[in-house]
Unconditional design. Structure first.
Length: 399
């Protein structure tokens, strides 16, 4: 993520009529590097590229060194580059992005601005452009801009309408260049996907080759065995987080996420705040999935009926307040802490079925000069629910 180096080499055949052959080219190679120094800002990095192309007429060498930095709502990307064939030309440029600022008002506060300026070392300003974009509806964005390049007789104006819909991505572009008729293009892109685990067709905007997906079902695991058995219902409108992408389950508890990067580990979690009851909790905190290319991977997420544990900490038959307790899941070693009330009673909500051990914090035992035996117990689903109200830890003086 913070350091990447890539290189490639291509040699072009001389006797092929393939559409992949490049007329006049003999070979090409390039080397690209990316480094992100350890900082608090995730948008600060350096990148570089060296490219050399060998042709029948000679060679072309291009180099570029750039950086990225962001302060508040402004992102700056300065760069320098060179082009060398019979002569050498040097350029310096700056790309800027001004992110939307709500304090600017309802209309202007949603605008995204971007500009590009490039200067050649010998001849001065060689190109500049400025664009402003704003959402006009859900998934639809309008962008207006103008561009100038050295040698043009005037400005080139452009209008781009982009839509990102559930089934397709479209781009409508209209360009008006000086001395030329107005030109328009329409681009539509989408994919039809077969979700084999779910046995259904679905759609996605954009290309889907070499992409990955995750699908499954969020269900109520009534017997807490971690598997979906016959009759166990799916849970609707539950939010599943796959990396930074969220998806809501349908009426049967199914969810689907597409456009994941294959072979890259990704964490899957369930937003417990989206569950209808605080006594419903995910059976696992998170899962790490490595998706494969061109397919959906299946992950069912069990949700279990949790319960309440109640009890007291006593010394010589009287309750002891302010005692820190540690609840340990004996299967996963997960720990939770709780503190007794002034009368020695304790209460904890949302404890999943399983095997547990309740102990008194060692620092409390040392401070009071007492001992307390660990209290093992089990929580299992019953027709009346999940819970224990008979737990008691007895503090005894040390001898």
């Amino acid at each position: 993520m913070d350091l990447r180096i890539e290189g490639d080499y291509t040699r072009f055949t001389r006797d092929s009529v393939s559409v992949f052959a490049a007329p006049g080219r003999r070979a090409a190679w390039s080397l690209t590097g990316f480094v992100r120094p350890p900082t608090h800002g995730g948008f600060f990095f350096f990148d570089a590229r060296v490219e050399r192309i060998l042709t029948d007429a000679g060679s072309i060498t291009r180099t570029r060194l750039g950086a990225s930095m962001q302060t508040a709502e402004i992102r700056l990307l300065p760069y320098i580059r060179t082009e060398q064939d019979a002569t050498t030309r040097s350029f310096a440029g700056l790309n800027t992005f001004i992110l939307p600022r709500p304090q600017w008002g309802r209309f202007v506060g949603q605008l995204l601005f971007r500009t590009t300026t490039e200067v050649e070392s010998k001849t001065g300003l060689s190109a500049w452009s400025a664009f402003a974009a704003r959402p006009v509806a859900r998934g639809v964005r309008l962008e207006l801009g103008t561009t100038w390049r050295r040698g043009d007789t005037g400005l080139t104006y452009s209008l781009v309408l982009t839509s990102y819909l559930p089934a397709a991505r479209t781009v409508t572009a209209i360009t008006a260049a000086p001395g030329s008729p107005v030109n328009g293009t329409q681009f539509v892109q989408g994919s039809v996907l077969w979700d084999r685990p779910a046995g259904r067709l679905s759609v996605a905007p954009g290309p889907s080759l070499e992409r990955s997906g995750l699908s499954g079902r969020v269900f109520l695991d009534e017997n807490a065995n971690g598997r979906r058995d016959v009759g166990e219902p799916g849970l609707a409108n539950v939010r599943v987080l796959v990396g930074s992408v969220g998806a809501r389950t349908d009426s049967a508890g199914g969810y689907r996420v597409w456009d994941l990067v294959p072979f890259e580990p990704i964490f899957v979690t369930l937003d417990s705040m989206s569950l209808d009851s605080p006594l419903l909790v995910p059976a696992f905190a998170r899962a790490s999935i490595v998706p494969g290319p061109n397919r959906f991977r299946t992950l069912d997420i069990p949700v279990v009926q949790a319960g309440v544990i109640e009890g007291r900490v006593t010394r010589d038959g009287r309750g002891v307040g302010g005692v820190t307790l540690i609840l340990t899941d004996r299967r996963t070693s997960t720990r939770r802490t709780l503190v007794t009330f002034t009368d020695g009673a304790f209460y904890l909500l949302g404890v999943k079925p399983g095997e547990y051990e309740l102990t008194v914090d060692e620092r409390v035992l040392d401070a009071l000069g007492v001992d307390a035996a660990p209290l093992p117990f089990s929580l299992t689903p019953t027709p009346q629910g999940v819970g224990r109200s008979d737990l008691e830890l007895r503090l005894k003086p040390r001898f």
